[in-house]
Design a protein around this ligand. Sequence first.
Ligand code: UTP
Length: 299
Amino acid sequence: MTHSATGVIRKAVIPVAGFGTRMLPLTKALPKEMMPICNKPIIQYAVEEAAASGIEEVILITRADKSILESYFVPNPDLERFLEDRGREQELRLVRDLSSLVRISTVRQPSPRGLGDALRWARSAVGDETFAVILPDAVIDAHPPVLAQLMAAYHLHPGCWVATQPVEPADVSRFGMLEVTSVENASFPGRLFRVSSMIEKPRTGEAPSNYGVFGRYLLRPEIFDFLDSAQADAKGEIQLTDALAEYCQRAPLYALRFEGMHYDAGDRSGYLQVMLHFALKDAELGAAVHRLLATLGSN
Ligand code: UTP
């Protein structure tokens, strides 16, 4: 039986080949996905979410000058020996855990021609099965992880899925926006939708609803044909949103209103907020950060 037939989603694609222009100059030499949130880089949150959702293989879509992202998950015997010799068990575990989280393979996108183009390069690594996509700069603190929430919904309605939440009217131009109708389901009351159209970053007032797409997808392999025939936009980029807009005219595309806190770690404000979110939750840092915020707030 194929994996698509059993409904098990084993692979997650994490595209990391973009230029991260909103965070320049920092991202000129340091990939956005390696920027730290407390003591872990952004990419680690994404890979941990995949592993916690039962994903067996992560396919990273990288660029030639982003090999630091690939090496982060590869064992470092010299470092491990150094820590072992000094009895630094805790640090040793942190380092070793990285390479045992999940199997990681990489594919190169020759040049950053958009998220839709990036995904096309993963076609042969994905094969003929439904797969997950995680955009790592959409950092979502959720229990269970958003990907696991989507998978539970997928088992009720096999099809393509996007994670959604309402977006403030002033923010719609930063999101893919959805036209939706409710799907009643006792397990997810008021949280499932069928998508009838989708538009990338509309102008304020032109969004078909207030539901945006938040960087998590479950995609059926047929999406690759839609990506292949998608037209490049005015910037020469292939958008996943355009391929999904075509797809939903022919096959079911659903949206799940997920439970969890989302931050866009790819812009300065979202990055600062997600750093504070995790620092406040951190057992060692939380109290000090609370005190600092109280002091700053009273000045
Ligand atoms: P973003 O639009 O958030 O990332 O794409 P970006 O293009 O790197 O950043 P800005 O907008 O210029 O600041 C979402 C994800 O898709 C990847 C990015 O690396 C990011 O993880 N991506 C984007 C690719 O892999 N290839 C592309 O051509 C574009």
